[in-house]
Design a protein around this ligand. Structure first.
Ligand SMILES: Cc1cc2nc3c(=O)[nH]c(=O)nc-3n(C[C@H](O)[C@H](O)[C@H](O)COP(=O)(O)OP(=O)(O)OC[C@H]3O[C@@H](n4cnc5c(N)ncnc54)[C@H](O)[C@@H]3O)c2cc1C
Length: 456
């Protein structure tokens, strides 16, 4: 029976990061995946969607180039070529990752695994035993009761494989995946309607960011239906018809169902082995341990943010925990989030409402620096802001941004929040001119009581 220090079930962001770090720390590792190494992020998530968003940005630049005195004509979008470009990016990264796993002496096993004892995973009739086991089987795209994924009704998995630009699209769900696809299709020339049951787009963000995104989307000609729940959908050879609970109807060529992702944790022996679960999620403590000794879980199968870099961090954390390095726990709230639509939304830490609820109104200060005062943002022609949430006379506990390319600012933002920097600490540092990053400096200058390109 093959055995190792660590057996990892699932080779996505969480699983492979754990494998790489564990082997770096001298452990023997068996990594099992039934599909392609790299998981959702590399093959059906982050990377392919961001490639599409880049192609969308190129389309927007071509369409709007005359504004900059550069005359071009956008002849159309060749989705076959766009997909080739996207697949080229994914293929290169996939090859690199395979090489990396091989070079670190990780034993990679292809096949569907099942937990048959707390320290054994069975794959293709063979049993693999680990001193420790890590569950990292990820998530799947959910639908709603009575809404079958079929034909014109699709999730992001099928939408990524379209070889044409649909003329009219309905996106059900105004969360991250929904608004990113809406952004791509609008840039490619589709008529897009987003239907969201909650009153705002990207409802997990600071309300100011949600409202700014809604304004920008309306300006881009994206139709929004907010605050009314979906009732039903029907389809035939001509299109799909969506009815809301208030009786309003919308029709389109396709319906993208982007209503969230559920844990992929059933039917693999977890329940039988006594792993504690709740509504399908694998429960873990803050050190990623399940209730069973020596069984850990990482990434999207655990409740919380569903982000690739959270999976990486979980994977690294577990390898270091097993090695006795006592790694530092990063709470979900301090994990950076970026929504890569146009304009981008990026945040880390508590939003203003959360901060006021947690610390009390009197103890929280919020400040918004408008990108209108930022030279580089004016050059790019983007609107938006950087909003800081501060504990009164204390550290910055939240950074919330909207605007083209603001996702690039999240690196500094997450250092500020995680290092509990005070506005005065950041205000003394220098931000290069002219960059959008200056807006980060300006916001902190203002909160420190010495605004430069802003009114006091
Ligand atoms: C459209 C889309 C866009 C996204 N964009 C972003 C983004 O821009 N940034 C970001 O941070 N996150 C993004 N995400 C989320 C990100 O992809 C996930 O958070 C991340 O992939 C989770 O990693 P994971 O390791 O938990 O699971 P996964 O990446 O899903 O990996 C799980 C792996 O387990 C394997 N597996 C499952 N069951 C078995 C079994 N029984 N036996 C063997 N193997 C098994 C699967 O084949 C898979 O490879 C996006 C997701 C989607 C769908």
């Amino acid at each position: 029976m093959p055995s190792a220090d660590l057996v990892i079930l699932g080779g996505g962001s969480g699983g492979y990061a754990c494998a790489l770090r564990a082997s770096e720390l001298g452990m023997s590792v068996i990594l099992i995946d039934k599909d392609k190494l790299g998981g959702t992020c590399l093959h059906r998530g982050c990377i392919p969607t961001k490639a599409l968003l880049h192609a969308a940005e190129v389309a927007d630049s071509s369409r709007e180039s005359a504004h900059f005195g550069v005359n071009t004509t956008l002849h159309g979008i060749d989705m076959v070529k766009v997909n080739e470009y996207r697949d080229g990016v994914v293929g290169k990264l996939y090859k690199g990752l395979q090489g990396l796993v091989k070079s670190r002496n990780v034993t990679y096993v292809e096949g569907a695994g099942r937990l048959v004892s707390p320290n054994t995973v069975e794959v293709n009739g063979e049993q693999y035993t680990g001193t420790n086991v890590v569950l990292a089987t990820g998530s799947y795209a959910r639908s709603l009761p009575g809404l079958d994924i079929d034909g014109r009704v699709m999730t992001s998995d099928q939408a990524l494989n379209l070889d044409y630009v649909p003329k009219r699209v309905i996106v059900l769900g105004g969360g991250v995946i929904g608004v990113e696809f809406a952004s791509v299709w609008r840039s490619f020339g589709s008529q897009v309607t987003i239907i969201e049951a909650l009153p705002n787009l990207v409802p997990n963000e600071d309300i100011a960011c949600s409202k700014a995104l809604e304004r920008a989307y309306r300006k881009r000609g994206i139709n929004l239906s907010l605050g009314v729940r979906f009732a039903s959908a029907t389809q035939d050879e001509n299109g799909v018809l969506v009815t809301l609970e208030d009786g309003k109807t919308f029709d389109a060529d396709i319906l993208l169902v982007a209503v969230g992702r559920g844990p992929n944790a059933s039917g693999m022996g977890f329940e039988e082995q006594g792993i504690a679960m709740e509504r399908g999620w694998v429960l873990v403590d803050e050190r990623q341990r399940t209730n069973i000794a020596n069984v850990f879980a990482v990434g999207d199968i655990t409740p919380g943010l569903q982000l690739a870099h959270r999976g990486f961090q979980h994977g690294i954390f577990v390898a270091e925990e097993i090695a006795g390095l006592n790694p530092v726990v990063i709470p979900d709230i301090n994990i950076p989030k970026v929504t890569y639509c146009e304009p981008e939304v990026a945040s880390v830490g508590l939003n203003e409402a959360e901060a006021r609820a947690l610390h009390g109104d009197a103890n929280v200060t919020a400040y918004e620096y408008n990108l209108g005062g930022n030279g580089k943002s004016q050059i790019l022609g983007t609107a938006g802001f950087i909003k800081l949430v501060q504990l009164k006379d204390g550290p910055v506990i939240g950074v919330h941004m909207v605007g083209s390319r603001v996702g690039e600012q999240i690196g500094e933002a997450q250092l500020i929040v995680n290092w509990e920097a005070h506005p005065e600490d950041v205000a003394t540092l220098i931000h290069a001119h002219p960059t959008q990053n200056e807006a980060m400096g300006e916001a902190h200058l203002a909160l420190a009581g010495k605004p430069l390109h802003a009114h006091a």
